[in-house]
Write a protein that binds this ligand. Structure first.
Ligand code: ZN
Length: 482
């Protein structure tokens, strides 16, 4: 009797152990790598209204890659030093990644930082649904796929943690209500209710028209008890800017990654430590304190200041993290159909008339003519676009993405309403579809809502957010081990 009881217990214990081993009990693995995506000098820099050729590389551009593996599912996260990335580049890179290392497209995140001092991976027409890739776009897609493959080659047992840090002092909402009678006309000859980037320190400013998000969210990965492997962070700041003339630079995003490596004493590690700083939801956020007049700064001075401070804050937060050796990985991906905005007959005739009477002096920036031109081109668009949205599960953390310059309010809502928490968002992922204001911000007007800067239907943000929230709920409900 006694013998058989012990035997039965042993059998039971053996079974339990076996079951536990098949139910995602494997330790998480992680690997990271960077690919250089710097274009040749002479390539056109795209941040402003008119592109100009690059004459110097201040710092190299990278596609920064992190691969995670829970023993069953692999996720790849990529952040590129680009203003934006055409959807077709992301499609091409993800096709190669699937063919070469078997990670399916819905489990790969590819976003752009929004540095304004990079060459264009958006192609000739950033709003064409299915263009053929130009030489630089093909190069970027290839380098992303290689970076992910190299990150996968570096996979090793890991521990993972989620953290946040507060950095309210670098983020300012850039859309302002102004004193009555002081709003300048917009390029269409109308009056908006809010002004984007008004003169800093102007006595005519009233209040900003929207919030900021001061919270940097991040995921940290290290070798068990030891060396750092990667930090993937997102902060809702458009970019900093202030580069030298004709310079290529990754802006504060690149400086942050370098500084965090320095602080973690991981600069010369092999395999490498890789930091990634994605753009959160910063469509209406920038680095200008509009309440005060702006002092002059040397090139790269302000960028360095912001990068070092954000890195120091994350470094301090990393010291307090509690790591786990397991993390469930999962993903959901959709491409809801969203209408492109189309010019009305009235807008078309305004555009034709404006162009006919435009001042054609070379080098003169005429905003009305630029928007008239854009208005005419928008009439040639297809009616709708398939807009990629994606949600990743990393442990209990939920990461949502949209392919736009997403307004801050939308990111705050996702953090608040996601069924899987903590949650945060990354913008400019898997494509470029222009600014994404809320319908309420659309009604206020301003640069980000102008036809030509803004391309998607006014309800787009609500449709895309609803998709993210549904997918977050699916991930929350999905049983472990799928
Ligand atoms: Zn922008």
């Amino acid at each position: 009797m006694k013998f058989s009881a012990i035997f039965a217990w042993g059998l039971f214990a053996g079974l339990t152990l076996g079951d536990a081993m098949t139910a995602a009990a494997e330790p998480v693995k992680a690997g990271a790598a960077t690919s250089n995506i710097t274009p040749p000098l002479g390539a056109e820099i795209v941040g402003g209204f008119a592109p100009f050729p690059a004459t110097h590389v201040h710092d190299e551009l990278h596609a920064r890659c992190l691969v995670l593996d829970d023993g069953e599912t692999q996720l790849a996260l990529v952040v590129c030093d680009l203003l934006g990335i055409h959807r077709a580049v992301s499609d091409e890179a993800r096709k190669s990644i699937q063919a070469e290392i078997g990670i399916p497209p819905e489990r790969v995140l590819i976003s752009a930082t929004h540095t304004h001092s990079a060459a264009s991976a958006l192609g000739k027409n950033r709003f064409a649904n299915d263009p053929t890739l130009d030489e630089y776009q093909q190069f970027v897609a290839r380098r992303i796929a290689d970076g992910v493959r190299r990150a996968a080659n570096n996979l090793r047992p890991a521990e993972i943690a989620f953290g946040t840090a507060e950095a309210p002092e670098h983020v300012f909402n850039r859309r302002w209500y102004m004193k009555p009678g002081t709003m300048p006309p917009n390029p269409f000859g109308g009056l908006d209710q809010v002004k984007m980037n008004p003169p800093a320190g102007s006595p005519n400013l009233l209040e900003p028209a929207g919030p900021t998000d001061p919270t940097i969210s991040f995921i940290a990965v290290r070798e068990p008890g030891g060396r750092p492997i990667s930090v993937f962070a997102a902060y809702s700041l458009h970019y900093v800017g202030g580069v030298g003339d004709g310079h290529i630079s990754a802006d504060y995003f690149g400086m942050f990654c370098q500084q965090l490596s320095r602080l973690l004493k991981a600069e010369d590690q092999d395999p490498p430590f890789v930091a990634l700083l994605a753009n959160g939801t910063s469509g209406d956020i920038n680095n200008i304190n509009f309440r005060e007049p702006r002092g002059r700064k040397a090139p790269y001075e302000q960028m360095r200041f912001v990068a070092d401070d954000v890195a120091a804050k994350i470094h301090a937060a990393i010291a307090k993290l509690e790591y786990k050796s397991q993390a469930r990985l999962d993903a959901r991906y959709r491409e809801p159909t969203i209408a492109w905005r189309r010019p009305t007959e009235e807008q078309l005739s305004w555009a034709t008339m404006t162009l006919a009477s435009a001042d054609k002096t070379p080098g003169k920036v005429d905003l009305s003519a630029i928007y008239a031109e854009r208005t005419l081109r928008m009439a040639e668009h297809p009616e709708t676009a398939a807009v990629p949205v994606q949600v990743l599960r990393i442990g209990d953390v939920c990461l949502g993405t949209m392919p736009c310059e997403v307004f801050c309010q939308i990111g705050l809502e996702f953090k608040e309403r996601s069924a899987l928490k903590p949650a945060f968002m990354v913008s400019l992922n898997h494509g470029y579809f222009g600014y994404l204001p809320t319908p309420e911000q659309h009604r206020l007007g301003g640069y980000e809502t102008w036809l030509g800067t803004n391309r998607l239907e006014p309800q787009a943000s609500e449709k895309l957010l609803a998709n993210l929230l549904e997918m977050a709920e699916e991930l929350e409900r999905a049983p472990a081990g799928k």
